[in-house]
Ligand binder design. Structure first.
Ligand code: ASP
Ligand code: MG
Length: 445
């Protein structure tokens, strides 16, 4: 059987929903699990609803809910008629009533919590799957709607919950296995704790839902259907000559996702790796194009130039560090205490430079670091990475990278801790130049 995930931009209209079902119907012989993301833009709008509700603005929050309900209803009317339409509209009514109860509660208390945020954000996936299952049945497909909150079990780390792997796999195997010629429609992104409290897997988490299903069921393949032709050598908005990579390894895919390529959710690859299930990223608009296959092994050499803007660079300098021990431990304990991940680290005898992505606790971190040495915080930074298998085995790799960056001042450079990426920190304004020059040198001509 196969697992297919469709992203929000591939499910943005009635026509696109039909198109997605057509693709799923083509693979139905051995059964399909269709994992759906919310209709394009829905999750962002629900996030706005949650923010409005949390600040007590019940009127605006309510209006946005009504608009979303109307749009889902209009889509239902385009796709369905008769009893199936009435059934779907009744299901949507029930869903949006449930949403309004939560929104009213949050507004009355003027209370936003990560927990209520997750409950609100999940409605996009829940609503679109109602439409998909009903439309599939109207086409004569044997379709069943699953509730992922009953199958994907997580801890209560709301907004980015951690999946309890074995419990989840057991439940998927027991209740989420399609029969021959059967279509199971599952909302991506949403999950619940052991006690049934709704959680989410983090923004973009539907990919992860898909590989969780794929791994538990031993799927032949997981296909991520999106609006680009696969994983590209760089962001095509920045690099018009970016190419599609036909195949990359799991490690490269994870590294790219982590270093800013927005094609797949960073956790997606773990379940696939565990069970050795290939993941293919394909374009819904060009279904015949091969896309990118992500599997255990891959050729060596550079695969992509990824970048992440809005990085913060922190530098701690202290002459007391000279020939002393325990400094690094003290520095990292501060980050641990403030639950902030450090991405890159470079050290010299008297200073340590680190990058972080999450600046929520930056002030407190900087204050604590001052106890250790002089602290300098630089917000004007962007991370540019060359990702590829066995980079150091490529003759002249470093010289090529460095010469491509002639004229771009580097704030920091990290090589070698893994031979799968070379990471550079540059001024934000130099991002385009750095990415384009590296791309030209490694992939063009
Ligand atoms: N709809 C959710 C989001 O926009 C999950 C997903 O798209 O994968 O983040
Ligand atoms: Mg989405």
């Amino acid at each position: 059987m196969t697992v297919m995930k469709f992203g929000g931009s591939s499910l943005a209209t009635a026509e696109l929903l039909d198109h997605a079902l057509g693709i799923a119907a083509g693979a139905l012989a051995d059964g399909v699990v269709l994992v759906a993301s919310a209709m394009g833009g829905s999750t962002d709008r629900l996030q706005r609803v949650a923010n409005l509700a949390g600040s007590g603005d019940v009127a605006d929050a309510g209006r946005e809910c009504e608009r979303m309900q109307r749009e889902h209803g209009d889509t239902a009317r385009e796709l369905l008629d008769g009893a199936p339409l009435a059934g779907a509209l009744a299901q949507l009514d029930a869903l949006f009533d449930e949403l309004r109860v939560i929104v009213n509660g949050m507004s009355a208390l003027r209370q936003w919590t990560p927990r209520s945020n997750d409950a609100v954000l999940g409605f996009g996936e829940r609503a679109v799957t109602v439409l998909l299952a009903a439309r599939a049945r109207q086409h004569g497909i044997e379709a069943r709607l699953l509730d992922s909150r009953e199958l994907i079990v997580t801890d209560n780390h709301f907004m980015q919950a951690n999946v309890r792997q074995s419990e989840t796999a057991e439940r998927i195997r027991a209740h989420g296995r399609p029969g021959r010629r059967q279509l199971l429609v599952a909302p991506g992104f949403i999950a619940a704790t052991e006690d049934g409290i709704p959680t989410t897997l983090g923004r973009g988490g539907s990919d992860y839902t898909a590989t969780l299903f794929g791994a538990a069921l031993g799927a032949a393949e997981v296909t991520i259907w999106t609006d680009v032709t696969g994983i590209m050598t760089s962001d095509p908005r920045l690099v018009p000559d970016a190419l599609t990579q036909p195949s990359i390894s799991y490690r490269e895919a994870a590294e790219m996702a982590y270093f800013g390529a927005r094609v797949i959710h960073p956790a997606t690859i773990q379940p696939a790796v565990r069970e050795g299930i290939p993941v293919t990223v394909k374009n819904t608009r060009q279904p015949a194009a091969a896309g990118t296959r992500i599997a255990a092994d891959g050729a060596s050499g550079a695969k992509a130039i990824a970048y992440k803007r809005g990085i913060t660079l922190i530098n701690v300098t202290s002459s007391r560090m000279l020939l002393a021990y325990g400094f690094l431990r003290r520095i990292f304990e501060i980050f641990e205490h403030h639950r902030t991940p450090v991405d890159l680290v470079a050290t010299s005898e008297v200073s340590v430079s680190m990058t972080i992505d999450d600046t929520a606790r930056l002030d407190a971190i900087a204050a604590d670091l001052t106890e250790i040495g002089a602290v300098n915080v630089d917000h004007d930074a962007s991370l540019v990475s060359i990702v590829g298998q066995d980079l150091w085995e490529q003759p002249g790799f470093l010289a090529t990278a460095v010469s491509a960056l002639e004229g771009v001042p580097l704030k920091m450079m990290c090589l070698g801790s893994s031979d799968i990426n070379l990471s550079l920190v540059v001024a934000d304004a130099a991002t385009e130049t750095a990415v384009r020059s590296l791309h030209r040198r490694f992939f063009e001509g």
